[in-house]
Design a protein around this ligand. Structure first.
Ligand SMILES: Cc1cc2nc3c(=O)[nH]c(=O)nc-3n(C[C@H](O)[C@H](O)[C@H](O)COP(=O)(O)OP(=O)(O)OC[C@H]3O[C@@H](n4cnc5c(N)ncnc54)[C@H](O)[C@@H]3O)c2cc1C
Length: 480
């Protein structure tokens, strides 16, 4: 099918992005707002934006997968009159997606870095290198950690996640001894170093928190890659023990079960991965690397421990991992109203939003996208990119005096490397469910009753190669 991108409306563009994303052919080259079919996109790299749209100030908090996409598409679809400021503390974003491939040496952390320069140069997004430390939702103003303030007409909040107190570990433990590496960066490099240092016969223990957590297939993918790395480097007598707090594998159950039982096996057929679901009461000694669970009934001696702690929207706590944390900027704004995903004893974990606009149901004028929101979609980078487009479209409509799309559709696509040369994938289309006011998986034909995500029919090298096309297209659509 040949599509003339210059003739598409915003709504049609969302549909095309959904359709081609699964095929790994998401167009990277962006184009200007075009509800009347007249493309204003340039070819030189600097876009001429529509001069006749609404005038407004939008501040976007967080330049990760969701925030960077929102900033770009607010400019593209809003036009020159929508001034967008992106507030992000780090000069370059490190992608979590593909970061498990650092562990087997296929990629480096440096290769996963993306700056926001293109958003400024090509789309005219104003960049502020700072962290938001407070939101005054009444006077529509945010405070930055350098003491300055920014006024907004609409605020988009996309801070990702922060990690919660668990397993008796401190923030310093994760940074120096028992890395979670669930936020790609120095901990990813540390975990790789620890895996590289394992001797044949030693044990790797990882933990998986209760859902919802970021990237449902990610932990199982990691277990596969660690097992593959150990076996392919002459350490096939090692064990990879996976302690899952969930009752079973949370995504791609068929392919991961196959991988655990028949791909990652020793010459005698015995499995390297020992998957243990429904585990409770995990405690970890970061010095001795002794792991206990089921209230001390089971003890494991590990050479490397990789605990993925439960997480919640970024900024709910003060970042201390202290049980008595009295709340950070996200919680002080009242955004953590959580809805049905609240399981934290101290705070609601996520922001409940109206999924037609991603506007918080608790705080008017503030939209929450990406992992921080609670909306029925999985917490994933591809999904954050989709949520950002629905949100940007809704904001542009609202600024122009209109209403958000009453029936948004979103797609989720994800590739999971299983070995150093093969992968599986998972995809689903979600639609707005008026009965629950959340996004639900849609089956072919539009029914949402009983529909589920679809996983690859097999694990293959073809999937592995397509994974890089998908990844590059997604990152190009987000940051360039
Ligand atoms: C190992 C691993 C593998 C994964 N693989 C996949 C995959 O294959 N496919 C997929 O779709 N997803 C994958 N994910 C999930 C994906 O990375 C996340 O779902 C995605 O990054 C969420 O996007 P986000 O914008 O909500 O948060 P992030 O991408 O984390 O971005 C949040 C941004 O907000 C900034 N920020 C935080 N606090 C503030 C503040 N106070 N002020 C300003 N800025 C702030 C941060 O610096 C950060 O840049 C994976 C995750 C992991 C850990």
């Amino acid at each position: 099918m040949k599509i003339d991108l210059s003739k598409l409306s915003r709504r049609q563009w969302l549909g095309v992005a959904l359709a081609v994303a699964g095929s790994g052919a998401l167009p990277v080259r962006a184009f200007a707002d075009d509800d009347d079919g007249d493309s204003r996109g340039g070819t030189s790299g600097i876009l001429a934006l529509a001069p006749d749209g609404p005038s407004a100030r939008v501040v976007v908090v967080g330049g990760g997968m969701a925030g960077a996409t929102a900033a770009k598409y607010l400019r593209l679809w809003g036009g020159a009159g929508v001034a967008v400021t992106l507030v992000e503390p780090t000069p370059a974003y490190t992608s979590n997606i593909m970061s498990n491939l650092v562990l087997n040496g296929r990629m480096t952390v440096d290769q996963l870095r993306y700056t926001h320069d293109e958003l400024a140069v090509r789309y005219g997004v104003t960049l502020r290198t700072a962290a938001v430390s407070g939101i005054d939702a009444v006077n529509r103003m945010v405070t930055l950690d350098d003491g300055s303030t920014l006024s907004y007409d609409r605020l988009v909040v996309a801070p990702g996640v922060e990690f919660m107190p668990a397993y008796g570990l401190t923030a310093a433990d994760y940074e120096s001894r028992t890395p979670h590496a669930w936020q790609a960066g120095p901990q990813t490099a540390l975990l790789k170093q620890q895996i590289d240092g394992m001797r044949d016969g030693e044990t790797f223990v990882m933990t998986i928190p209760l859902s919802p957590y970021r990237c449902p297939p990610g932990p199982y993918e990691r277990a596969c890659l660690v097992a593959d790395t150990l076996r392919s480097t002459g350490r096939g007598n090692c064990k990879v023990i996976v302690l899952d707090e969930n009752a079973g594998i949370q995504a791609e159950a068929h392919n991961f079960t196959r991988a655990f039982q028949s791909i990652h096996v020793r010459a005698d057929g015995s499995p390297i991965i020992d998957y243990r679901p429904g585990v409770t009461g995990i405690m970890i000694d970061p010095v001795t690397r002794v792991v206990t669970y089921d209230n001390g009934a089971v003890t494991l001696n590990a050479a490397v421990v990789n605990p993925i702690p439960p997480h919640r929207a970024g900024g709910i706590g003060s970042g201390s991992l202290d049980e008595n944390d009295d709340g950070g900027w996200f919680a002080r704004t009242g955004l953590n109203n959580s809805g049905i995903e609240a399981v934290s004893p101290n705070f609601g974990r996520w922001a409940l939003v109206d999924v037609r606009s991603y506007e918080s149901t608790a705080v008017p004028g503030v939209h929450v996208i990406g992992d921080a929101s609670s909306c029925g979609l999985p917490k994933a980078g591809h999904v954050g990119n989709q949520e950002a487009k629905i949100c940007a479209d809704a904001i542009v409509r609202l600024l122009g005096g209109g209403q958000p799309d009453p029936a948004p559709v979103a797609n989720s696509a994800c590739y999971s490397p299983i070995t150093g040369s093969t992968a599986s994938w998972l995809t689903a289309v979600y639609q707005f469910d008026p009965a629950s006011s959340r996004m639900r998986v849609a089956a072919n034909g539009g029914s949402i009753v009983g529909a589920g995500a679809v996983e690859a029919g097999g694990i293959s090298t073809r999937n592995y190669n397509q994974m890089f096309t998908w990844f590059n297209a997604l990152m190009g659509d987000t940051f360039a």
